[in-house]
Design a protein around this ligand. Structure first.
Ligand code: ADP
Length: 918
């Protein structure tokens, strides 16, 4: 129903409606097939109008893809029929730019048989006022041209006529559209107001009245004034808008609040335009309550969301971050915005962050990114990012979730798995799982090698079949499969296993599987047995050692180093000191031991051989310590101490052995005393012998002379009976006197000992040893014969030398006399020869010989190797002979064995050094 007034109003509305970036359209509410589109659509979005209804799914194709879902929800929300709903949607213009529109829709039912209609109002949110200015400008330019140029008037008139026709046609088309707009303006989508320059509201539609809460009566009574409805804080912006209208005829869209009649506030968006005739302002008013609420809700969501949300620039800096960032990372919003966000990423992950940023810059959202991000506490948190780039705004919308726990759990899981695998694959372990029927489901572990199996090889086979011949194993399997958990030592295939059986039961208590962990303990068992054997041996050896220590005739102490704590003292230790061996706990307690130096000073603890050996690491050998024994007696103990080291060379103990040398020391002293006595006795004897032999010799010479005189007297009267009786006696007497003289001579020689040497006066002169020996042997003739011997002399050539011949005779006499005395009844072989520039005399008999142990001894003074009863003699012959030979620069030696005769060999330099006498 269109009244004249309404028509005017309608015209006015349609006229100024064109001034705004407003598009209205209607469509089939079910198919979204467009029915009507306001011509403004072509100007605002740039698509030709025909395209709107000719192109299939025009709406769906030109809503920004990201908003498509919202758009469809908005358009197709059939549940809210006859209810106005709105949202901000981006539509793509002909250049592909996304322009945001406040989009309000309403679905209207047209009754049975008619498809419901969708009505939509799209208000451009960023209005480009420049375009309208430009069109204004070109319009006035045209008018100026028309007025000033008459020559082209007709042509212009014609053109104007055409233009008017076109305009009329357009107007007709518009009129047709106007009626449709009328419906829209009546719809409660947008508040529309005509006001005067003072802000008084002259006309307004129901939508406006509803927004501000006034009635039509209030309107008609002139009670509605924009300025009254504007709260003080919006006066300035409102005034600016009014000035803008004054100056340019139009005011940019802006947001403010109205105070409703009931005093509540309502957020609105409005835009105004000056209508030239009448002088009125037309204003559209959109109720933003819903949008504001949505925004507030979004903001609340943004601020309260547990996850991190942010808006960042392609320049790599955060623009906004929600408080979750501060809560999770510790950085304040300012700190986060101050540095490029890549700076917060762990250096190792930064490369991936850079790649992701590059990809976002190219417009790709990508699959998301998990990186470590630094925290104010110096630690790192794993964040999973999902980001969407919006190229038009150059912004990145991103959310991040703290996945540190999850990540750690994953890492722990991986670690645990690795460990498990390492354990299974490195230890002598076999892990098996059997199903309820006893079939292997799992068979793993390095221990399988010992059984000649590879991992998984027996899976599928029945353990009951495999071990049918091993009753012990079968028994364990049976118990496990019956639900018993236990462990057992099992021997199989020559190996020993410690096996743990762990059945898994279902809710009904039935065994579903049996886990078996078998540890190959063969080696362990063997090592343990070995160790036990070793310990047994050690114990045995130790007991032997103990027994030895206790039985030793010496004292033994063992102490710990460095404390000196006594660890062991054997029985002899107590016996030696005839008192208890004090169990010293440290060195200081060594004072309790009664030890003294030779000068009577007591031993200080550190002076004892044991502490010294432990401290220096060098053994102390046989140190005599004087002790006062428990019974008060004195003794001397020789202590030897040595350090004991461990495998690393550290001194851990010390051992000291004490030998009681009291008796030995006493014996030594006694021996020395005896020796001194002996020396005195010997010198007294020698003195006596010297005197005795001298005294004996004195009467011997006249005795020999008288004997010779007697012999001569008897020889003068050979026929007298007395002479005949005397002759044999005189011969015996002569022999005995000679022998007596020899003995006395020997004694005399020996008593002249000085400095252990026989004092000899040598008178060397040229002589022949062969002749000398023959001469001496000749003189022995009678004695040789009486002993039943025979001297066989082998002296093929003279052996000339310079010697003291009387002393040499003494030597030869001694050797021949011995050969006859100790070898009666056997021949005596004597040889004289020159060998290698030396004279050699050999006297060999076949007599009793000499035992090896006596071969050295017989050369000593008074030394004899035969019994007095069988063989007379002083034991001086060889002694004197050796002294003489050595004085002549020669050597004498004997080769003999008991019962085998003896060979005496004398070797002399051919020319002896004259004065070898001492
Ligand atoms: P004496 O003959 O007076 O005992 P000697 O000094 O001549 O003293 O000899 C020392 C010892 O050497 C003899 O007692 C004897 O035991 C041993 N002896 C010396 N010559 C011989 C020999 N030809 N055969 C065996 N034993 C001998």
């Amino acid at each position: 129903m269109m009244t004249a007034e309404a028509s005017t109003e309608e015209y006015g509305l349609s006229d100024w409606a064109r001034q705004f970036d407003v598009i209205v359209w209607t469509a089939d509410a079910v198919t979204l097939q467009l029915r009507h589109v306001s011509p403004t659509a072509a100007g605002i979005l740039g698509h030709p109008l025909e395209q709107w209804w000719t192109e299939e799914d025009f709406l769906a194709r030109h809503v920004h893809p990201e908003d498509l879902e919202d758009a469809l929800a908005l358009f197709l929300d059939r549940a809210r029929r006859r209810t106005e709903r709105s949202g901000v949607l981006r539509f793509l213009d002909a250049n592909g730019r996304a322009l945001p529109f406040l989009t309000k829709v309403l679905t209207l039912e047209h009754g049975e048989g008619h498809a419901p209609e969708l009505r939509c109002l799209m208000v451009r949110l960023e209005r480009n006022t420049r375009a309208s200015q430009e069109s204004e400008h070109s319009h006035s330019h045209l008018r100026a041209t028309l007025e000033s140029t008459t020559a082209e008037r007709d042509a212009l008139l014609r053109k104007e006529q055409e233009a008017r026709e076109r305009a009329e046609a357009l107007a007709r088309r518009l009129a047709a559209g106007e009626s449709r707009f009328r419906g829209i303006f009546e719809s409660p989508l947008i508040g529309l107001v005509l006001s005067d320059n003072h802000g008084r509201v002259l006309h307004a539609n129901d939508a406006f009245l509803r927004i501000v809460g006034y009635s039509r009566e209030d309107l008609e009574a002139g009670r509605i004034n924009f300025m009254d409805m504007t709260p003080p804080e919006f006066h300035a912006v409102t005034r600016r808008a009014m000035e803008e209208i004054e100056a340019r005829g139009v005011a940019s869209t802006f947001e403010k609040e109205y105070v409703r009649k009931d005093g509540c506030r309502v957020p609105v968006m409005l835009g105004s335009v000056r209508l030239p005739d009448p002088d009125e302002n037309a204003t559209f008013v959109l109720d933003l309550t819903e949008r504001k609420e949505a925004e507030a809700e979004r903001e609340r969501f943004f601020r309260l969301a547990p996850d991190m949300f942010c808006i960042a620039g392609m320049d790599g800096f955060f623009k906004r971050v929600n408080p979750a960032f501060t809560r999770i990372l510790g950085w304040s919003e300012e700190e986060l915005r101050a540095r490029p966000f890549l700076d917060f990423i762990h250096p190792e992950d930064r490369g991936r962050g850079e790649e992701q940023l590059e990809s976002l810059r190219r417009g790709n959202a990508g699959p998301g990114l998990t990186v470590r991000v630094s925290c104010t506490d110096g630690g790192w948190k794993w964040l999973h990012w999902a980001a969407v780039p919006v190229r038009e705004t150059g912004l990145i919308y991103a959310s991040a979730r703290d996945v540190t726990q999850q990540r750690k759990a994953e890492e722990r899981l991986v670690l645990a798995e690795q460990r498990l695998r390492t354990v299974i694959n490195s230890g002598p372990l076999v892990l098996s799982v059997l199903d309820a029927a006893g079939r292997f489901v799992v068979s793993e572990g390095k221990g399988l090698q010992g059984l000649g199996l590879s991992p998984g090889q027996v899976v599928g086979r029945s353990a009951l079949d495999m071990y049918a011949s091993e009753p012990a194993v079968m028994e364990c399997l049976r118990r496990g499969l019956q639900g018993e958990s236990f462990s057992s030592i099992v021997r199989s295939a020559g190996l020993t296993f410690e096996v743990f059986y762990q059945p898994v039961l279902n809710e009904a208590g039935r065994v579903t599987s049996l886990s078996i962990a078998s540890l190959d303990v063969t080696e362990r068992v063997r090592v343990e047995a070995e160790r036990e054997e070793l310990i047994r041996q050690l114990m045995h050896e130790r007991s032997i050692l103990q027994a030895v220590l206790q039985q030793l005739p010496h004292s033994v102490y063992i102490a710990e180093a460095p404390s000196g704590k006594l660890y062991l003292a054997n029985a002899q230790a107590e016996a030696q000191i005839r008192g208890p061996a004090q169990p010293a706990r440290n060195m200081e307690e060594y004072r309790a031991y009664p030890g003294f130096h030779a000068d009577g000073r007591p031993y200080e603890p550190h002076e004892w051989p044991l502490p010294r050996a432990m401290a220096s690491g060098v053994p102390v050998m046989a140190e005599a310590v004087h002790v006062i024994r428990g019974d008060g007696s004195r003794g001397i103990i020789e202590y030897s101490a040595t350090p004991v080291r461990d495998a690393r060379g550290r001194i851990t103990h010390g051992v000291v052995v004490g030998v009681d040398v009291t008796a030995r020391m006493e014996a030594e002293r006694e021996r020395e005393r005896l020796l001194d006595e002996l020396k005195l006795a010997v010198s007294a004897r020698d003195e006596f012998l010297g005197i005795a032999s001298h005294e004996l010799k004195t009467p011997l010479t006249p005795l020999a002379l008288k004997l010779e005189a007697l012999a001569r007297a008897a020889g003068a009267e050979p026929e007298s009976p007395l002479a005949r009786r005397l002759a044999s006696h005189v011969e015996v007497m002569r022999r005995q006197v000679k022998r007596l003289a020899g003995l006395v001579n020997d004694l005399l020689n020996v008593s002249n000992i000085r400095g252990g040497r026989l004092a000899l006066t040598l008178e060397p002169r040229q002589c022949d040893l062969a002749a000398l020996v023959r001469d001496v042997a000749g003189r022995f003739d009678t004695e040789v014969k009486r002993a039943g011997c025979e001297v066989r002399l082998h002296a093929p050539a003279p052996v000339q030398g310079v010697w003291d011949s009387s002393r040499l005779e003494q030597v030869v006499t001694n050797l021949l006399a011995n050969a006859v005395k100790y070898g009666p009844g056997h021949p005596v072989m004597v040889s004289v020869e020159a060998v290698d520039g030396r004279a050699r005399l050999t006297v060999r008999d076949r007599g009793i010989g000499i035992a090896p142990e006596n071969l050295q001894r017989i050369w000593g003074k008074f030394e004899r190797a035969v019994s007095e009863r069988h063989y007379g003699g002083l034991g001086l012959g060889l002694y004197i002979s050796r002294q003489i030979v050595e004085a002549l620069g020669g050597t004498v030696r004997v080769e003999s064995a008991l019962g085998q005769g003896a060979t005496f060999i004398v070797e002399l330099p051919l020319r002896s050094d004259a004065a070898r006498s001492a």
